[in-house]
Design a protein around this ligand. Structure first.
Ligand SMILES: [Ca+2]
Ligand SMILES: [Ca+2]
Ligand SMILES: [Ca+2]
Ligand SMILES: [Ca+2]
Length: 228
């Protein structure tokens, strides 16, 4: 009698496990689509989703402000044909946590630009821009589609003083139908700036499809692993 009860109980437990397994959907981290809803450069909690907030959501797979939480290899969807002007400066203390200055991408990410522009505000060759590089990719696979990167200059301080528009730091960067124009990498002796890679500096894989890297300024001439 005891053994029969045990067997019945064991079957019931296994049946319960099977039922639980079948009813619980398997969740794969196959990427979220994070929709940007404001052109403001901000990292706050005012009920919208800025580009900077979306990138942090994708980097760490949590929900920032009203952004959808990232989940693995994410896609950020920009608004169509608008300009995102970066305004949070890190002029004197460049950082890599996407808190200020350049937009730091630390996980695999696609940005659907929808013909929009990210603008760092840098205009004249000799202007010491208050705002810095546009995109800093850290050992990540990054794909930029239908996006324009303009008005960026590298930080004047810190170790990565190259790449005015984009710095691809040991990752894989692909540009499709995108433009990197009007960025600058200046030689500023007082600040010991390297001054190369006006458009893009890349220490990883770089692929350009139907894309333009032009009209960028570099006072240091062409250097290895730099474009524009
Ligand atoms: Ca916000
Ligand atoms: Ca992610
Ligand atoms: Ca950075
Ligand atoms: Ca930054």
């Amino acid at each position: 009698m005891f053994s029969v009860t045990l067997a019945v109980t064991a079957v019931a437990i296994i049946g319960s496990l099977l039922l639980t397994y079948q009813l619980t959907p398997t969740v794969f981290a196959d990427g979220a689509t994070i929709e940007v809803t404001t052109t403001d450069d901000e990292l706050n909690n005012d009920g919208d989703c800025s580009l900077r907030e979306a990138i942090t959501s994708a980097n760490v797979d949590v929900s920032i402000d009203a952004c959808v939480s990232g989940s693995g290899d994410d896609t950020i969807l920009l608004q169509e044909s608008v300009i995102y002007v970066l305004t949070i400066s890190d002029d004197r203390s460049p950082e890599d946590d996407n808190l200020s200055g350049d937009l730091d991408i630390t996980a695999d990410l696609t940005i659907e630009g929808r013909n929009s522009t990210i603008d760092g505000g840098h205009r004249e060759p000799n202007q010491v821009a208050e705002f810095r590089r546009i995109i800093h990719a850290h050992e990540a696979d990054v794909v930029l589609n239908d996006l324009t990167i303009t008005g960026g200059v590298p930080p004047r301080f810190g170790s990565n003083r190259v790449g005015g528009g984009i710095l691809n730091d040991n990752g894989s960067l692909t540009l499709n139908r995108s433009r990197v124009v009007g960025n600058g990498s200046l030689s500023l002796p007082a600040f010991d700036t390297a001054g190369s890679g006006g458009g893009i500096a890349s220490s990883g894989n770089l692929t350009l499809n139907e894309s333009l890297v032009a009209f960028n300024t570099s006072s240091n001439g062409d250097q290895p692993n730099t474009l524009g």
